[in-house]
Design a protein around this ligand. Structure first.
Ligand code: CMC
Length: 427
């Protein structure tokens, strides 16, 4: 039976249906409000607004729960491969062995990029940020592979093409930025091992695949694979709603992820920790700055719009950082600083009252450092991980029979109607 919420304004009442999700989440459907009442709703940052119904990812921010297609992320991090998790997100179910093999073969077949794309890289200034390059290169893919986006088969191929080529493009950008020879993908390596080999293999120092590092990358990517309607995913859906091609929608998602309040936080955390070390390890100074309302500085890697408890991804990443660094026997002083900072922040009344806990980005940079990834590639690593989620969300939105272009409204606060003044009469 449908429930209703009643809105009363100017002596008139409007019955608005209440939707209920499979986990009991409720939402008031206001889609007819404007036509019936002339009113719109305001919601800065969309924190009380649902933009779609989705069957992909479930989050409970109070309990610290994250599930992809119903499966807890902890189980996927333990047992799944990144490729299998990508399949799950995009197709809604785990693949059979045969389906997974077919998917692997397809990703392998599509892993090369057109040689002419290399010329594009040469056009970027040497110190360009890899996120800007990645966003441009993904958009450029559409010019090289313009066909096949209208049939199911074509869409499946485009999705697989992107999943496979993004790691080649990312590793290429790193190699070219260093002035080194590009390393091609290898058919005998897994998705994660292949990426590491393309990043670090060199004619003078062949890359030794280390299973521990490959597994760390696998977990890192699985934990980042989707996170429901975050800033970059919303960008993918909004841009996609104009029926733009998948490459352009993903390129917009990459650009949105770049910001330090979103995916760029992993780079910002390491830079913050390095600055603490450089300034003599004064942790209290950083905490005081983060609490100072007059200072725009925030403690990077802390806080989340949805999680009001420890980010479940953060818990796994923290353990992994510990394990990895212990195994490598190369201590990273930044890990000790990060732990001290976490202890100090979590004891502080401001952080307790604001429910600010470490998020996934607080320890993830330390894992990436242990793998050997340079700091300016951290957000690119997040983007590769988030790609299956963006694709799944884009696909869900284009398959939705009620699909509409996203076109929000506003409350206008500018000047009311006034006449144009010729330039020589203006004071
Ligand atoms: N340091 C200091 N104060 C903070 C922080 C922080 N990291 N995060 C939130 N606050 C305060 C904020 O100043 C505000 O205080 P008050 O109510 O007294 O004015 C209150 O907490 C609520 O903050 P908000 O900005 O309204 O919350 P939000 O939901 O809009 O922002 C956030 C969420 C993630 C942007 C924010 O917590 C933040 O800027 N964190 C640091 C950047 C970061 O680590 N981002 C990665 C997020 S996880 C990866 C991802 O999914 O992208």
């Amino acid at each position: 039976m449908t429930e209703f919420a009643t809105l009363t304004y100017n002596g008139k009442s409007y019955q608005l249906p209440v939707l209920t999700g499979t986990e009991g989440e409720k939402a008031i459907d206001i889609s007819t409000l404007k036509t019936r009442s002339g009113l719109i709703t305001m919601d800065n940052g969309l924190s009380s607004t649902g933009v779609c119904q989705s069957a992909i990812t479930f989050m409970d921010g109070e309990k610290g729960i994250l599930r992809y297609r119903g499966i807890p992320v902890e189980q996927l991090a333990e047992y799944s491969s990144f490729k299998e998790t990508a399949y799950l997100l995009i197709n809604g179910r785990l693949p059979s062995r045969k389906e997974l093999t077919r998917f692997s073969v397809l990703l392998n077949d599509l892993s090369l990029v057109h040689e002419d794309l290399r010329e594009f890289y040469r056009g970027f200034p040497r110190h360009s940020h890899p996120m800007g390059i990645l966003s441009s290169m993904v958009n450029a893919l559409r010019s090289f592979y313009p066909e096949l986006e209208t049939t199911d088969e074509g869409i499946n191929l485009t999705m697989a093409r992107l999943l496979s080529k993004i790691r080649t493009l990312a590793a290429m950008s790193y190699k070219i930025s260093r002035g080194h020879r590009v390393v091609y993908p290898r058919p005998d390596l897994t998705y994660c091992a292949n990426f590491l080999n393309m990043m670090f293999d060199s004619p003078v120092r062949p890359y030794q695949i280390d299973d521990e590092l490959v597994s760390a990358l696998r977990v890192f990517w699985i934990l980042h694979a989707d996170h429901e309607q975050n800033c970059s995913t919303t960008a993918v859906r909004v841009v996609g709603s104009g029926r733009v091609n998948l490459y352009a929608a993903i390129s917009a998602g990459i650009a949105a992820l770049w910001g330090p309040l979103h995916g760029g936080a992993n780079q910002a955390v390491i830079e913050m920790l390095e600055k603490i070390v450089k300034d003599g390890g004064n942790i209290q100074k950083v905490i005081d700055r983060a609490k100072d309302r007059k200072d725009p500085f925030r403690l990077f890697g802390f806080g989340h719009r949805v999680y009001k408890t420890y980010d479940p991804r953060g818990k796994i990443i923290k353990k992994m950082a510990d394990r990895l660094l212990e195994k490598q026997r190369v201590p990273d002083p930044l890990l000790d600083i990060a732990k001290e900072l976490e202890i100090a922040a979590r004891k502080d009344d401001y952080f307790i009252e604001h429910h600010l806990y470490p998020n996934v980005d607080f320890y993830s940079g330390l894992v990436l450092r242990a793998i050997g990834i340079p700091t300016n590639m951290f957000t690119v690593m997040f983007a590769i991980g988030r790609l299956p989620g963006w694709i799944a969300q884009w696909k869900e939105s284009i398959d939705d029979p009620g699909w509409k272009i996203t076109r929000p409204r506003q409350v206008y606060t500018g000047p009311t109607c006034r006449d144009y003044i010729p330039i020589d009469q203006r004071t």
